[in-house]
Design a protein around this ligand. Sequence first.
Ligand SMILES: NC(=O)c1ccc[n+]([C@@H]2O[C@H](COP(=O)([O-])OP(=O)(O)OC[C@H]3O[C@@H](n4cnc5c(N)ncnc54)[C@H](O)[C@@H]3O)[C@@H](O)[C@H]2O)c1
Ligand SMILES: O=c1ccn([C@@H]2O[C@H](COP(=O)(O)OP(=O)(O)O[C@H]3O[C@H](CO)[C@@H](O)[C@H](O)[C@H]3O)[C@@H](O)[C@H]2O)c(=O)[nH]1
Length: 460
Amino acid sequence: MRLTVIGTGYLGAVHAACMADIGHEVLGVDVDAHRVAMLGEGRTPFYEPGLQETLAQGVGSGRLRFTTSLREAAEFGDVHFICVGTPQKEGSHAADLRYVDAVVDELAPHLRRPCLIVGKSTVPAGTTSRLDVRLEALAPEGADAEVAWNPEFLREGHAVEDTLRPERIVAGVSSPRADAVLREVYAPMLQAGVHYISTDPTTAELVKVAANSFLATKISFINAMAEVCDAVGADVSTLSEALGHDPRIGRAFLSAGLGFGGGCLPKDIRAFMARAGELGVGDSVAFLREVDEINGRQRHRTVGIARNMVGGDFAGRRIAVLGATFKPDSDDVRDSPALAVAAAVHREGAAVRLYDPQGIENARSVLPQIEYVHDVAKACEGAELVLHLTEWAEFRRIDPAVLAAAASEPRILDARNALDAPLWRSAGWTVRALGRPAPPALPNQQATAPVAVAYSSELG
Ligand SMILES: NC(=O)c1ccc[n+]([C@@H]2O[C@H](COP(=O)([O-])OP(=O)(O)OC[C@H]3O[C@@H](n4cnc5c(N)ncnc54)[C@H](O)[C@@H]3O)[C@@H](O)[C@H]2O)c1
Ligand SMILES: O=c1ccn([C@@H]2O[C@H](COP(=O)(O)OP(=O)(O)O[C@H]3O[C@H](CO)[C@@H](O)[C@H](O)[C@H]3O)[C@@H](O)[C@H]2O)c(=O)[nH]1
């Protein structure tokens, strides 16, 4: 089939490359000419494991091309996937749909033959119906176009695998024809036994925001438990493990720590609250406000514990930060909890040196005030405290004995509960984590008491 993928960011570039991989002819479209040029040469504009190979293969095969022209896209495609951003509106929590609307407005007048426009971006419930009206008004007669919604569930860092082998495909369609087209697009996945759920577009839109709301809720639940663990001296990691063995609960998304960030969960739960408010059911999802607040509080708790570890004041302290991205295996720093903490520590007067395996370039563009270095040892040289803020595998492989020699004080706060604390302690490190009791202080050591920190949106 001839597909276009409009918007070639973290979602669209992967979707385009994977659709070519399963045999479709694909035209990727973006307003960013630099990005289009890079992709056209088979080079990825961001870090995503496996994407480089898949993209290069697609481009090399001739099945995958890129353009900036929506007119060319309209002439080429049987199916047009919308993958543009739906960020949080400035000054409000609602989703900003201007990019989605612009795609329909620009594409529609050029449509000359039957086609299906399929939204993949995350949008508020009701968007498809609204776009259908827009399309009807703008498309020339004979275009015979309609809109469907097919939300995407890929995770950054696993995006290629998630796209090629999804757990489910949700097709929000208004006609048997649209359903047949989507079944044809995803035929290889359906043959492999992937669940295909065909429903109306509004339900499909809602599945996506409900899924992200549930995931965010799980994370904030376990982080709330971590706060309780800190207060009572219990261990949240053991708690997660024990809860997770109950199949009704499950272990996934119960890793306590610095909380969720990125270009999806934070904005999606806020947009959902805003949309529910418009629909008159704001109270039904009011719990998401608490989910958001618990999440923001973990950034403050981390800063508070870190401050406590250096004696109550960051001024003039040398702090090493490991991790800038919102999660490992991605270079994405959108709403990154790690960067929010690094920025706060710097604001309080510390000299911050940060290392991240893939995120330095993006981090520097949003937080140029701190120092960036290209390896762990350099970041920790002379540090009085190390903050482990993103759980890259590389950090788990660190030899704490070697690093102890570089640091001026072997003290580490593992805000992702991902390091082997006994190993680090045996190498002479003082280790703190969120929701895990510190071992009893030796007579000459100052204990790091749990800190109560008021929530404000400053770190959000
Ligand atoms: N990032 C993810 O892992 C992921 C997963 C599932 C769903 N989503 C959803 O997918 C959507 C896109 O997210 P993203 O992370 O890829 O965003 P992104 O910012 O990385 O990419 C958006 C791209 O769209 C392009 N664009 C904007 N207006 C355009 C237009 N009129 N025509 C063509 N291109 C245009 C931008 O230049 C950019 O390259 C969002 O709704 C997001 O919530 C993202
Ligand atoms: O137990 C956990 C799991 C995750 N996180 C954090 O949660 C955030 C989001 O992680 P993840 O969901 O893995 O990353 P995303 O790539 O943002 O993926 C989410 O958002 C996408 C965009 O909507 C969806 O497609 C995915 O299904 C959904 O998982 C990150 O900051 C993680 O560090 C935790 O703190 N604890």
